[in-house]
Structures are given as C-alpha cells and as structure tokens.
Design a binder for this molecule. Sequence first.
Ligand SMILES: Cc1cc2nc3c(=O)[nH]c(=O)nc-3n(C[C@H](O)[C@H](O)[C@H](O)COP(=O)(O)OP(=O)(O)OC[C@H]3O[C@@H](n4cnc5c(N)ncnc54)[C@H](O)[C@@H]3O)c2cc1C
Length: 290
Amino acid sequence: MIPAAFDYRVPETVEEAIISLADNPGEGKLIAGGHSLLPMMKLRLAQPGVLVDLKLLREQLSRVWLDGDRLRIGALATHAHVASSTIVRQACPLLADTAAEIADIQVRNRGTIGGSIAHADPAADYPATLEALGALVTVQSASGTREEEFDSLLIDAFYTNLGETDLITEVSVPAYLPRTGGSYHKFANKASHFAIVGVASRVRLDAGGRIEHVTVGITGAGPRATRAGRVEDELQGKEPTGENIDAASVHAAEGIDCLSDLHGQADYREHLTRVLTGRAIRDAAARAAA
Ligand SMILES: Cc1cc2nc3c(=O)[nH]c(=O)nc-3n(C[C@H](O)[C@H](O)[C@H](O)COP(=O)(O)OP(=O)(O)OC[C@H]3O[C@@H](n4cnc5c(N)ncnc54)[C@H](O)[C@@H]3O)c2cc1C
C-alpha cells in the first residue's frame, strides 16, 4: 500500500523539530527509524499531514553516557547501538541484552529506543526492561523539558501521555550496583520476534546472598507493560532458591488483564508470564551471585 500524501520536514535542531510540530497541530508526526510508523502509514492507520524526520539529529540524540550513577541513552540510539555499546554492557547489561532480542538485525539497525517508547506497542521488548529498571524519560516540548517515569508515560496499547509537541530526547536508568544481575526472557512470535510475553528482572543480593532488591517488568501479556509488585514483595529479604522464586512467580500475572489474540489465549499468556518470571529471576539472581 502507498501512504497518503504528506509534507516532509528535516529539522536541524530539536527546537526546529518542535516548532514544526507546533506549527502543524494534529498533523505533525516525528519519524525516527520508521520501522513502526511507516508500516502504519502504508496501512493508512496513520496519515500525518507533515512528517518531521529526525535524521539530522542522530549525532546529537544517539549518545550513550554515564552521568554519575545513571546511564543515559539518546532517544535516537538504535537497538543495535544499545545492544553493542560497551558502556551499556558494563553499566546495565540487562538493557543491552534486551535490545539484542529485538526483531532481526535489519530492524535493530534502524529502530530507536525513543521510537519504541513513543509507539507503545504492547508486544515490544524494551518496556519490560524499562519497567524493571524504573527508567526515566526526558521529553522536550514547546512548553519546556520534563523528566518523567516510564511507567507514568505508558497509558495503554499504542497510547502514551506524550503531547503533540513532545519529543523524547533521552532515557536514563540506574547503573548496576555491586552484586546486581539482570535477565530478560521472552516467548517470541516466530515471524516478527515481538514478545507474546517477555519478562525482565533485576536482582540485587546483600552480602549474605539474600535478595536485597528485586524488580520484575512484564511485556506482551496485557495491553501495556507492568511491574509484578506482588512477586517483588514476596521475595524481599529471602534467599533466591528455586523454591522461593517459584512460590513468588505464581503471582506474576496478578493485576494483568491478559490479552487473547491469534498468538495466544489469555490463560496461555498467564501461564507464560509465571514461567518466564521464574526463569528471569533465577538467571538474574545467579548473575548477581557470580
Ligand atoms: C519486522 C519488524 C519486526 C519487529 N520486531 C520487534 C520486536 O521483536 N521487538 C520490538 O520491541 N520491536 C519490534 N519491532 C519494532 C521496532 O523495534 C521499531 O523500530 C520501534 O518500535 C520503533 O522505533 P522507530 O525508531 O522505528 O520509530 P518510528 O517508526 O520512526 O516511530 C514510531 C512512533 O514513535 C514516534 N517517535 C519516534 N521517535 C520519537 C521521539 N524521539 N520522540 C517522540 N516520538 C517519537 C513517531 O512519531 C511514531 O509515532 C519490529 C518492527 C518490524 C518492522
């Protein structure tokens, strides 16, 4: 299919991009990697009157750096860049491992972390990990710059609280502390690699080997990514034994209104959520102990 006609702008600065959006209320749409937006335009599910291409901002907005105890990633960093970055691998390997699980190399070479966040696909991989890491998202708009929790930015499937002139400039996550491990497990759609269910966990152990802090983020199961708060509470202060992890993982799907579609029924997704939660926590704890 051929997209509907549109005007095309290529701003040289973030400010120019925001002006292009502000000048075209209800019509302007940013394009980064184009791997989610272009298919939607071809299917005419999206028909922006003005396409604002961020390609000239790549250098400025794809930087990856350590800022004190936080790892910062520019919104235009591709999945391939995040997967292979030495800084990400050292400061937060869970994020690099998740990026490496996205789709295939062609998609990873074009798709960006900012585009993935803004698109809010319920089957995307990053959301599980960004939930587990308590990520913050920096957004610039006509009314200024704000930093927002990833969790509060997500509203529903393909729906965020981003406004018409909002442009994500970066994402930040805490760098690992000592005795921290992380793991992402997904049951993938064989064709697209999107997550039917994906679970990310980060575990920090205390000096005695007990769980000091554990987080679990889940994607694919429901209309938006969520934290498995009950699982986290159950494991606090406990030894990371298989028995304890299995007992806690039983609660992984609580509070999720699991989706039913041609890839899997709700009860199957609930089952996957529990199984993958157990595997992700086990691996994360083993890495924390290593
Ligand atoms: C065949 C195929 C398989 C895929 N498999 C997977 C998979 O297994 N796992 C997975 O997670 N994803 C998968 N994807 C999605 C892929 O990761 C996308 O690239 C990504 O979700 C969107 O990033 P993008 O840069 O391409 O965004 P675009 O398509 O350019 O934009 C997507 C949306 O985000 C907005 N946007 C883009 N950048 C910004 C910004 N900086 N600030 C505000 N809004 C912005 C756009 O306006 C648009 O609404 C797949 C895609 C394809 C085509």
